[in-house]
Every structure is written in C-alpha cells, then in structure tokens.
Design a protein around this ligand. Sequence first.
Ligand code: GUN
Ligand code: ZN
Length: 435
Amino acid sequence: MAGHKALRGQLLYFVDDPASAGEDAWVHHADGIIWIENGLIKLADDAERVLPQLPGGTEIEIYQHHLLVPGFIDTHIHYPQTEMIAAYGERLLEWLETYTFPVESKFDDPGYAGEIATVFLDELLRNGTTTALVFGTVHPESVDAFFNEAQRRNLRMIAGKVMMDRNAPDYIRDEAEQSYRDSKALIQRWHGVDRLQYAVTPRFAPTSSDRQLELAGRLLREHPGVYLHTHLAENPEECAWVAELFPQAKHYLDVYDQAGLLTRRSVFAHGIHLCDDSCKRLSDSGSAIAHCPTSNLFLGSGLFELDRLTEQGVNIGIGTDVGGGTSFSMLQTLADAYKIQQLRGRKLDPLRALYLATLGGARALDLEDKIGSFRSGCEADLIALDLHATPLLKFRTDRCSSLFETLFVLNTLGDDRAIAQTWILGEVVHRRGMA
Ligand code: GUN
Ligand code: ZN
C-alpha cells in the first residue's frame, strides 16, 4: 500500500536511561514489526499485535538474525577532517597545528568541500549513523556545501561554521564581527530548513577572543533553538592554557558560561577534566557532553568519568570525533568506551552503551520527540544490525544466551560490516555490499 511499509524481526529501542530506569528503560520484541507510514513510525510492537492492523497489501520485509534499532546519533564529529583521520604521533595542540589547520584551509573551495561532504555522508550512512552534530571549518562555504549535500539526502543534521579569531595561523582565522555576520547569514539560510539545524561553533576557548565568545552568546539569544557546539576540557595542556588565557574565569566551563553559552541546546565535546562545580552547571543548564572514546585514546587525552557525570545528572551522548577519533563506527566507538571504563575499574553495560548511541544522543541534542527511538510519531531513521555479518560474529552470537550478551558481542566485535541496511524516513539509503 502506498506510503506504508512494515519491517519484521527482532526490535530493540529505549524509552529512558538504563542508569536511572533499569529494565524499564528499553523495549525488546523478539518477533516485532515496525510499521512505517509516510516516513514516520506508525507503530512498533509485537508482530502478532501489529499484523491485524496493517492495511491490506502492505509489504512485509523480514529480517532474520538481525536486530532492528534506531539509527545511531553521533553528537560530535568534524566532516573536514575525514581526509586526515589516523594522523600519526601528536597530542591535541600539536595535532591541531601539524595536521588539522592545513587540511581545514582547503574548505574555502565549495567544490572541494562538496566532494568531502559526499564522502563523509556516505561513510556515516554505511556505519548506521543517521544524525550528527558536525563541525565545518572557518569558511561559510564549508557549511553551505555540507548542508546542500545533507538536504539532498533528506538527513537530519546539525552543523555550523567554526568561529576562531586568535591563536591559529592567519590563513584559517576569522575576525569577531565578521564571524558574527557570517554565522547569522548561515542561520538565516539553513536553520529549520527541511531537517537541518544550525550550531554556533566557536572552536574552543583558546582560539576565540572574549569579543568573539560574547558575539556567539548574542547569536544564541537572537536565534532561540539554534545549538552551541564546542570543545571543553579535553587535554591537560589545553586546560592549563585556558587558565592562563582567561585568568578571571573560575574554570574552563566558566569561560563559556560568562559568555552565555550554556543552554539546553549546548553540546561540549570531551569534558574529561571537570570539577564538581562544572558538572553542576552543565546539569543545571541542561547542556550535554559528547563523550568521544576513540579520540580520547588516540590523542592520549584522558579517561572520561562516565559514572561521575551520570550521577551528577549531566546529559551525555557519544561522539566519534573523526578525525581525532579513529572510526566512523558507533559500534567500534562503544567498544572503546567500554575499554576506557575498564581502565578506570568501572563497567559500561551494553544496554546503556546502545542507549547512549541512540536515545541518549537524541536527548543530548534535545531531539527526543523526533529521533532516537521507535515511539509512534518518530522519524523512521533506523538500521538493521546483522548478527551474522562476519564468520566470527555468527560463530559467537549463535552461542549467546541473552540479549545482554548478544549486544555486548556486537558492540565489541561489530563495525561497518554489521550494518546491513540504513533507512532514512523509511527509505533504504544503504544496503551492505552495494556501492
Ligand atoms: N579542540 C579544538 N579543536 C579541536 C579539534 O578539531 N578536534 C579535537 N578533538 N579537539 C579540538
Ligand atoms: Zn572535536
């Protein structure tokens, strides 16, 4: 029947955080159906309950040895850094100077930016990521190119132009007033167009003057609903530098707070080295931290205190942070999140991990009413995870005796090969093995 579609198989999605709601946090149907109407979830439930309600003639696609889950949500990633992923030998500040700034300088060319945006979005969908919060470069052209490509594919994406007016080479710096005007023009052009939203994006405190941060705050006040996206307390040398540059601030987060940058739609990447007062301000303001495990290990930045921030009530999502991060795969990213907690003598269970990569990300982005679950009315962005994707995955998952164990094996061994299909608004946009 036109506009209707049904997918039958094992379904799993979250309605709350397992850290607070325990087993009530997720919904699992061993034999379920997702009924999609005009790109939205009409109903997701046990097959026997949905079958009698389906309009006659609705085609039912069957997924055996798969798990149907909401698309992954990547709460921190840099599309211009796709071509420098896996750059050798440096920690954050030297890595930025040596690799990042030279690569980002190429994005004043709209043609080039468009080519990289295409590769980047193909890679996200191949990895089952259907929404991301994305850094552009300092050039407004980089954001136009990204949004054009995301719009063509009907994706729900959030992105912004980097604001950076000091402590960076001239060839990649802007100027405070100009960055305000450029960001404002981009907000007017893109925010709320189709499924696209804008994030005001000062790179991090060291590369913005007080004036630029103040103007970033003004943009947020002038355009309610727009996001704030930046980095926070990632690396010890960076934190010491911020203390030197902003002697009047109580701590790193306070630099952003004084500029009015803490809102329900603010997302701070990393947040590894935070005092209790910072956690409290994050929690009180409803701002979120994007935890980026592969990046934190690769750049030697530190071990994220997931339990502490959770206990303090901070919203947390997961970010790949490509190109500081080393994988587009949310499964690989969750595998590293687990290992970071092991190094701290803590556990990250696989249900909480999947929550963080789906509904947790949607909450971090204040988009819980639209994405991240299979609740009726949500947008039908979803994936089929193939438990038999590789010989080893088949061998190992065939021996699992619980959902918990199956999920953990998938988190640990899975990568892009485990993403059999990706749907955007109910349409297939990636099928493994097809170009
Ligand atoms: N801090 C400032 N800029 C960056 C960046 O591009 N990547 C990461 N990981 N941290 C940053
Ligand atoms: Zn980053």
